[in-house]
Design a protein around this ligand. Sequence first.
Ligand SMILES: C[S@@+](CC[C@H](N)C(=O)[O-])C[C@H]1O[C@@H](n2cnc3c(N)ncnc32)[C@H](O)[C@@H]1O
Length: 311
Amino acid sequence: MSGDELHRFGGRHTDAKLKKLSQYMSTYTTALKDQGFVLAYIDAFAGSGDRTETHPTLPLFAAPGLEPETVSVAGSARLAFETKPPFEVMVLVEKDPGRFASLEKLSRDYPDQKVRLAKDDANDVVQKLCKRLPWHGSPDMPKGMRGLLFLDPYGMEVRWETIEAVAATKAIDMWCFFPLMGLYRQAAREQFRIDDKKRSMLNLVLGTSEWENDWYKPVERPLSMFDLMEDEEIRIRTADVDAIEGYVQRRLQSIFRGVVLPPSRITNARGAPLASLFFAMANPSPKAVAVGKRIAAHILNAGSSSHSRPR
Ligand SMILES: C[S@@+](CC[C@H](N)C(=O)[O-])C[C@H]1O[C@@H](n2cnc3c(N)ncnc32)[C@H](O)[C@@H]1O
């Protein structure tokens, strides 16, 4: 692998999402810099470090045969390397070999930054780090560590047990891009259409099977001859996108003290909801939660549309 692979992903919403993350990164390292903690950044779906966008040329200005313009913008890993004041340690996880090679190349541009790269599964690495790092101190690290974690999967890759491990550290601030579209696509309108694969994927992502009772209700149908012979109840999904997002919100609130509401909803070019960017703090200290939530709420809601929904 050359490490020069172009990573094309996301859309117009991606810049906004990364801008929020980047603002939080520098606010975070500034706020915690003199408090004696070792500050860690963990990027569990790090990509290549950059994001490539293709801009079509405007017809009036394009010379015949001119190719669309290709532009490279900083992805989450590069933004973390550029954060001032810097993180003390960074962990970048990326499973794809080509993108991993690009991360190795990128990290060589920052020789003073302590960084660990893992070509591994994000869930495995994050759970290991949550359980094994001395978040609350060790003989060589008396005050312990604080962490900022970014979970930016393409879809339904994050397992709930990973999010539980994060909450259990009581030391990590998490930005998590929750795959709304993945959820409502797997949860078919008629309950009988959810096959075992979809059901177990939803169970893994939500960490419970109770969503099914919550989202589906029996429908009243006029009785027909057919029903008299086969008395099977039909259940349909009554939970719309807002209700599904609200369900995720309540799941997060059940394990994190500081969840900022509402999350930032991201839609595709046709207006279909894609994902919700959530911020949650594992630190239960009321003072830390108050400060962290205020800062994150300001960043999360800056530039958001006025799409209102229940909190
Ligand atoms: C949306 S992209 C991340 C983009 C990145 N945050 C950025 O801003 O440049 C998701 C990345 O996660 C990687 N990925 C997908 N599943 C993974 C897994 N289970 N473990 C680690 N990486 C994974 C993909 O190869 C892809 O590069």
